[in-house]
Design a protein around this ligand. Sequence first.
Ligand code: XIL
Length: 594
Amino acid sequence: MPLPRLRLVALAAGAALLLTPLAPAGAAEPGSLDALAAAQGRRFGTAVDDAGLADPAYTTVAAREFGRVTPANAMKWDAVEPRQGAFSFARGDALVDFARAHGQQVRGHTLVWHSQLPGWVAALPAAQVRGAMENHIAQVAGHWKGKIHTWDVVNEPFNDDGTFRTTSPFYAAMGEDYIAYAFRAARAADPDAKLYLNDYNTEGSGAKADAMYRLASRLKAQGVPLDGVGFQVHLATQYGFPYGMQANLQRFADLGLDVAITELDVRMPLPVDAAKTAVQNDYYRRAVEACLGVTRCESVTVWDFTDKYSWVPSAFPGQGSAALYDEQYRPKAAYDAVRQALGGSTTPPDTRAPSAPTGLTATAAGATSATLAWQAATDDTGVTGYDVYRDGARVGSAAATSYTDTGLSPSTAYRWTVRARDAAGNVSAASAEATATTAAGGGGGPGLVVQHRVNDQSATDNQIKPGLRLVNRGGAAADLSRVTLRYWFTGDGGSSAFSAWCDYAAVGCGAVREKVVALPAGRPGADHYLEVSFASGSLAAGASTGEIQLRVNKADWSAFTEADDHSYRVASSYADAPKVTAYVDGVLVHGIEP
Ligand code: XIL
């Protein structure tokens, strides 16, 4: 278990700073939006809907970038009390559990609202609405008591012209007083939660903002437990940026209230284009800057962070692309604009390690080498390579998903693991271990290596012309009469009768025998091999046979396709060839068979 991360929390009431350990850690990962906001004493949050919680790609980003979450729907009246007195908290509980597991705060949304309100409330006799409302608040805020940082107690009390929504069942039954009753009931049910009024189109100056300002002033004057005012800030590129947003937020703060941006998004008429995107980036940036410009603006919350779950396309047909991330969770330019506004670099430092490689297999390739293969690892910025460990020590690296480990001892068991790397140098956990035991040496076998080069110009003509060299890297002389070599290839149709030739050998073609052998069953990259053996002789430790130039053709001189042959290498100079095999007394001592 990692140590709990220390998070810097600015106290709303003053300049004092506290270091509070938060466990378990999860949100405010270094470089995240929330970490940038935290460095300025704020929180950065997001709305989260039920579908997102079930989507691992979603929860990864939600947990990494955000320090506070607001249920998009799960705590609304129709979700928690669909029938009078019948409460269901499961959806909200799931959100609270997620937040707790990732060290995040929860913004409760919302206790009293005219929308997403089950029909039974409006159908009550007017005299029963207050009781139903106060019971709803007592049950709901009571259920999550101590787990909610902030409640939107009353949502959207105003019409756009600044008059009260008189059609709300609550206003219809109690007039404006419903608001004070609701706040008092909320304070009684959860004394530690911050209690907010919340509305849209109140962020810029205008009649609706003035109405909210007068309401907040009255509630304060009456001693109603109001802690803050939330501004939804649902913006659109086809409209202007709200006029005087920072000054407007500031006048609420000057009443002794906290303020917050609670539902930020910036939609645009589709299709997306560069001009609209530029406006969107600008609006996101200015909204965040307006909050940062007001000391008591304590958080910015986006109304979901990905277009995949944004409410915009269904609420505003023909509009969309409102969120910071696209539907594939790729951060958009707006994300960079927000990061910049928060004082961060646009590219967060890459701190995430790749996944561990899986499916590692090890196959002994004779007495002195082994071939490893594994499944590609994944990484958010891309895997750049793999490190191979033998018996715990790093022995080499590979750009792709295979590796040939050489210089091994015969008859020895080895263990390998592989780790993936990314460009920032983050290293994955080790893969599961793979083991293999090298073949026995013999006849001076340990250390025999075959080298190869291509001697013909065309891989599609009617002859195969491998050049081979047998090198003895062992400490003892090898008895050549016990050694055979195999070059593996496919006949590619035509005649099944083959001729094999030695065109030149440093040891003399008379000392070399060559023949083509058909396999009983085809293997990947081979249905035949060219076998080379030696009449006699001894290959001293450290010595090489020198070049043996070989040639194969079919009786009908039809063409070969060599590129897919197991032993084929595109190389005009000699190098160790693990796919050309060598044997001592018929036991594989070098290379890997198809
Ligand atoms: C929206 C949700 O995101 C949608 O899923 C739902 O269908 C309608 O409500 N102002 C608010 C939020 O206070 O509760 C609204 O959420 C968006 C506007």
